[in-house]
Structures are given as structure tokens and as C-alpha cells.
Design a protein around this ligand. Structure first.
Ligand code: CP
Ligand code: NVA
Length: 316
């Protein structure tokens, strides 16, 4: 199929991505299909973002999100600008509303990494252009798109795929379970008491997942979640904004570490995922992270393909 036949999915064109929750499964599939196509493209990418400018605001540190957006936008022929509060008037008290109104006049889309999800919603209310969530304390949908692409390329399909998430029921866990529900995966999260995702969210995810051929549940026992799973996924035990109680967290999460023994509980062809950055010896051992079952480096690379595809559908 020639590139000039590419048409943005109607549920994505001109729309923000704040969470995946309100996106139809077909839109997610459209992003994944384009992401795979871009990844397979040898040589230069088609300039699906020619003449487009994307503002990337980072109120929190980032390696992958920053580099993957900049790189993906450049390869699609667009331009990006990386902005941080320390070099914007935002850092001197200019409001999100005023910032949104100005940036929306000059950029075709705005990506924001921030703390409270409410800040992202405020930006979206006033920007007048699509806003992309580059991580909030509550959600990390761009990560989930790369997670789906990684699992789909390893296993050929997602419907009914049994996968386990281990550790903190945080933004990455919630976005992964949301993505899993939309694509019909059978996701089991194992989290200690006090660190489980909101039960109302899990009930919603289970309902959507069941309609799509999967399920969503939370258990306390990491072995129960890992048993027979095709993927084991973990994330840091201390997210940005959770600093201060690391010792308590290390104690609470110790049994949830992905090590060789836990990998041994999973299916013989299981892969290991981690959104990165990793803390060797805490949520994952160095040996597993860098070992033969690790799909982590593909997962990191897929951030670029998945987000480039998202932007092409949003702005194309
Ligand atoms: N996984 C992820 O979002 O990484 P960064 O914090 O480096 O962007
Ligand atoms: N849960 C982590 C993800 C980092 C990419 C955090 O929010 O810090």
C-alpha cells in the first residue's frame, strides 16, 4: 500500500490522547498497524508530519519519552521543541491556561509530562490543539502503546494473551491494564496491599476486557500472577512524586521482584517487560533485564514507532 493512501483514523484525527480509556479499540489497532509499518520501513520515513510543529513540555525528567518523540517527529518530517519550566515563564508563575493559549497558536500539538492529571486536563481545555499525555502521576498511555506493539510483534496477537504486571499499581500499571482491556488481553496485576490500583478502575477494565475476549484482575500473590503468563511486566517501586518512603516501599515490594525464580513460573516462551528506568536488584534483577527473556529494549525502541504513529494519526 503506498504511503499517500494513508488516512488518519477518524477517532484520532485532531483528538487529544489524555488516557486510552475513551479511545475505541479500532483506533488503538490503527496506531499499532502504522507503528509496525513505520518500524518495517527501510530507509527514510514518509513525511507524514511535514510542516507540523509539536511542543514537548517536560515538568518532570525523561529520557525515553523525550528522545522518542523528538526522533520520531524528525523522521516524519516534522519539527519539535523541547520545553521545561526552568526555561519557560511557566516556571515563574505563568499559568497553564495562559501557556496553553499561546502554545496552541504556534504549535499543532502539545505533549505534556507533568504531575497531577488535572494539570494535563487544564492544558487540554485551553490549548485548542491536540494534547498528548507524556506521563502524569495517574496515567502513561504512550508507554502502553509501545507495550502493546511489543507484545503484538512477539506473539502475533493480543486477544486472550495472558500477561502479568508485578509491583506498584501505578500510572504504568493502570495504562497497561487499560490498553489490555481495549485489546482483550487477560491481565493479572499482583500488588501488595495499599499499592493496588483503584477497585472501580479494575472493575471497569474487567468489563471492557471481557467484552473484548480478555479479563482484568488484581491479586496479592506474585506467583499466582506469574504462573503460566506469557509476559511479566514491572516498573519502579518509587514513581516520580512518591519519593520519601523508599525503605518502606522496598520492604512492601520485595516479593514482587522479577528474578529468575519468578520467570521460571511463567510460560516457557514468556517475555519480560519494563518501561524503564530500571533499578537493578529492586523490581528486576540485572540478569533478567539483560537476559534472553527480556523484550525491554524492543519495548523502549517501540516508544518511537508507536508515538510517531499516534502523531501521524492525530495530525496527518
Ligand atoms: N518509560 C519512560 O517514560 O521513560 P522516561 O521517563 O525516560 O521518559
Ligand atoms: N511509574 C514511573 C514511570 C516512569 C517512566 C513514574 O511515574 O515515575
Amino acid at each position: 500500500m503506498p504511503w499517500d493512501s494513508f488516512t488518519p483514523h477518524p477517532a484520532l484525527a485532531g483528538r487529544s490522547l489524555l488516557t486510552l480509556r475513551n479511545h475505541p479499540p479500532e483506533a488503538v489497532t490503527a496506531i499499532l498497524d502504522l507503528a509496525d509499518r513505520l518500524k518495517a520501513q527501510k530507509g527514510a520515513w514518509p513525511h507524514l508530519l511535514a510542516d507540523r510543529v509539536v511542543a514537548l513540555i517536560f515538568e518532570r525528567p525523561s529520557t525515553r519519552t523525550r528522545v522518542s518523540f523528538v526522533s520520531g517527529i524528525a523522521r516524519l518530517g516534522g519539527t519539535s521543541m523541547v520545553l521545561s519550566p526552568s526555561d519557560m515563564q511557566l516556571g515563574r508563575g505563568e499559568t497553564i491556561e495562559d501557556t496553553a493559549k499561546v502554545l496552541g497558536r504556534m504549535a499543532d500539538a502539545i505533549m505534556l509530562r507533568t504531575g497531577p492529571h488535572a494539570t494535563l486536563l487544564e492544558l487540554d481545555r485551553h490549548a485548542g490543539v491536540p494534547v498528548i499525555n507524556g506521563l502524569t502521576y495517574e496515567h502513561h498511555p504512550c508507554q502502553a502503546l509501545a507495550d502493546l506493539q511489543t507484545l503484538r510483534e512477539r506473539f502475533g496477537g493480543l486477544r486472550g494473551l495472558e500477561v502479568a504486571y508485578l509491583g506498584d499499581g501505578n500510572n504504568v500499571c493502570v495504562s497497561f491494564m487499560t490498553a489490555g482491556a481495549l485489546t482483550g488481553m487477560a491481565v493479572t496485576a499482583a500488588c501488595p496491599e495499599g499499592f493496588m490500583p483503584d477497585p472501580e478502575f479494575v472493575a471497569w477494565a474487567d468489563g471492557v476486557a471481557r467484552a473484548n475476549g480478555g479479563s482484568a484482575r488484581v491479586v496479592g500473590d506474585p506467583r499466582e500472577a506469574a504462573s503460566g503468563a506469557r509476559a511479566l511486566y514491572t516498573d519502579t517501586w518509587t514513581s516520580m512524586g512518591d519519593e520519601g518512603g523508599e525503605d518502606e516501599r522496598r520492604a512492601a515490594f520485595a516479593a514482587y521482584r522479577i528474578d529468575d525464580a519468578l520467570v521460571g513460573e511463567a510460560a516457557a516462551d514468556a517475555v519480560v517487560l519494563h518501561c524503564l528506568p530500571a533499578h537493578h536488584g529492586e523490581e528486576i534483577t540485572y540478569e533478567v533485564l539483560h537476559g534472553p527473556r527480556s523484550a525491554v529494549w524492543d519495548q523502549a525502541e517501540n516508544r518511537m514507532h508507536a508515538q510517531a504513529a499516534l502523531l501521524a494519526h492525530t495530525l496527518g
